[in-house]
Ligand binder design. Structure first.
Ligand code: FRU
Length: 541
């Protein structure tokens, strides 16, 4: 990502934003006879506003940052520009949740300063007080982030990114930047060196940070998070390299149903994902305290420019996991957008949202490792009325509009289909409105792929990339039945298929809300074995 370019487009987007306001969007309007804009208080019911996803009260967001669990709270910081709905001087916005479902907005945690904008990074609880920042016997929260010094970039230099820390001794409510910053200065000539993900490596009694550097990952270690040494590099010639590597994550995980411990390295990159734009790849291997060594089987999959992708949709980027999540869970959250069009999507008061939180697990099937993602079970608290669907043939589709006690398409849908070997055709979930706009997500048996189709889903005029083609991902599963688990919010769909073996996340912008819901089938006579549809409640009062 060339950040200077992002800011150059700023004026254009401000102008577009002005046009929106003039055309009757819900941005502050000039009241007659005065030059003062009316203050608009967000009510979270603005057009396209997600109802059960986290989105900032107003203005711009990109990556989730600093996710850490401490003292009963899940912290979510996020890349935020509080003065505009496009990218600009980055701050860390802040929200907390007790249940991963309902979020409380808190004041901005980190502001830019003379060392630069506050780019992405992570946060940890320093349980052993290795930093000495703790107070009254309580461990501090320590955030590690990238400073981006914009005057340096504008002057054509290449040393404008460095790594820094800040700490909090009041449960993340206020933050103090360390006076010895930066803790990892720029080596002098490295343009892209950022997004530190810091973890405590218990076996070696050390802090380890994964840093995205150009198109590889560097691992550094430290005893106190203030003084760091480089350990190793990973990634040359491995995985996708269509763009800059960003926002890594490194964590151990036990293979499901075994005692085998492996390590996952998540690497976001922009651009270079198969459906276009920014996306998330991952690697499975072992971290020995110094090097990340790929599993030999996995190594074969990521040769020659091939990669393994976490999500087959276009709108799940910069995702990483929570530090210190309770009960050994590995909880993940992504930014529900794509750098191809994130600054132009047709929202007025705020721009962009996060995915729902996922729980990750590692599975080994016939010797192959594969990361699964499932919606956290806490989301079940949002379930309202539901409808059971029994065994039926879906030739020509099944219209559920009106048959259900479900007034909007805000819903969670679980469907299981039989998949006879000779079945050719596709099936899935379709939502539509009276204007003839529709969105579909489902499975294509002919290609053995899951797909998301937003070609006619509503407004796509803001970017030629948004509705260029369907997004697809090859199915990973040999199961005889196909299971679809879909979450539909006002402006997004998330698919978790085959118990979390295949995921897709995409956004859409219908000109009026979808009110019609259908199970569609194209070709053949797919058999629905069973299904459940839950109405979901919104989280914003
Ligand atoms: C990823 C990213 C990060 C960077 C941040 C800046 O989306 O480009 O690499 O730290 O956004 O906002």
């Amino acid at each position: 990502m060339k950040f200077f370019q992002k800011s150059k487009s700023y004026l254009l987007f401000v102008f577009i934003g002005f046009l929106f306001a003039a055309c009757g969007g819900n941005e502050p309007k000039q009241s007659a006879g005065t030059q003062q804009p009316t203050k608009v208080v967000p009510n979270y019911h603005e057009q396209h506003r997600p109802q059960f996803h986290y989105s900032p009260p107003t203005k711009w967001t990109n990556d989730p940052n600093g996710m850490v669990y401490f003292d009963g709270e899940y912290h979510l910081f996020y890349q935020h520009y509080p003065d505009s709905t496009v990218w600009g001087p980055m701050h860390w916005g802040h929200a907390v949740s007790k249940d991963l479902v309902h979020w409380e907005n808190l004041p901005i945690a980190l502001y830019p300063d003379s060392l630069g904008y506050i780019f992405s990074g992570s946060a940890v609880v320093d349980w052993k007080n290795t930093t000495g920042f703790g107070k009254d016997g309580q461990p501090p929260l320590v955030a590690m982030f990238t400073y981006h010094y914009m005057p340096g970039e504008k002057a054509g230099k290449s040393d404008y990114q460095s790594q820094a820390i800040a700490y909090s001794t009041d449960r993340g409510r206020t933050w103090t930047k360390y006076e010895g910053n930066p803790v990892i200065p720029n080596p002098g000539n490295v343009k892209d060196i950022r997004d530190p993900k810091v973890i405590w490596d218990d076996a070696r009694n050390q802090w380890v940070v994964a840093l995205a550097v150009g198109q590889h990952i560097e691992f550094w270690n430290s005893k106190d998070m203030k003084s760091w040494s480089k350990l190793s590099e990973f990634g040359d010639g491995l995985g996708a390299h269509g763009g800059v590597w960003e926002c890594p994550d490194l964590f151990p995980i036990t293979v499901e149903g075994t005692k085998e411990k492996m390590w996952v390295l998540i690497v976001n990159l922009n651009p270079g994902q198969p459906n276009g734009g920014s996306g998330t790849q991952y690697f499975i291997g072992k971290f020995d305290g110094k090097n990340f060594n790929l599993d030999p089987g996995f190594a074969k999959k990521v040769q020659g420019g091939n990669a393994v992708w976490l999500d087959g949709g276009k709108d799940n980027y910069a995702g990483v996991t929570w530090s210190d999540a309770p009960d050994g869970r590995r909880l993940f959250l992504g930014w529900m957008s794509n750098w191809e069009y994130s600054q132009a999507v047709p929202t007025v008061l705020w721009r962009n949202a996060m995915t729902i939180p996922w729980s990750l697990s590692l599975h080994k099937t016939q010797g192959e490792y594969h990361l699964f993602g499932e919606p956290v079970q806490e989301l079940q608290a949002l379930r309202g009325t539901h409808v059971d669907l029994s065994k039926s043939n879906i030739r020509g589709g099944l219209d559920l509009t009106g048959q259900l006690d479900i007034s909007t398409t805000l819903s969670e849908i679980e469907l299981e289909f039989a998949k006879p070997d000779d079945y050719k055709g596709s099936f899935g979930v379709m939502v539509s409105n009276k204007k003839g706009e529709s969105y579909r997500i489902g499975y294509n048996a002919t290609t053995n792929q899951f797909f998301s189709d937003r070609l006619k889903a509503g407004d796509s005029s803001f970017s030629a990339e948004f509705a260029k083609q369907q997004s697809t991902i090859n199915r990973f599963s040999n199961a005889k039945t196909v299971k679809l688990h879909v979450f539909l919010d006002v402006a997004s769909a998330e698919l978790f298929a085959d118990n979390g073996a295949n995921m897709m996340t995409e956004t859409f912008f219908p000109s009026e809300d979808y009110t019609q819901l259908k199970i569609f089938s194209d070709g053949g006579n797919p058999e629905l074995l069973e299904g459940k549809i839950y109405q979901l409640m919104g989280i914003w009062k």
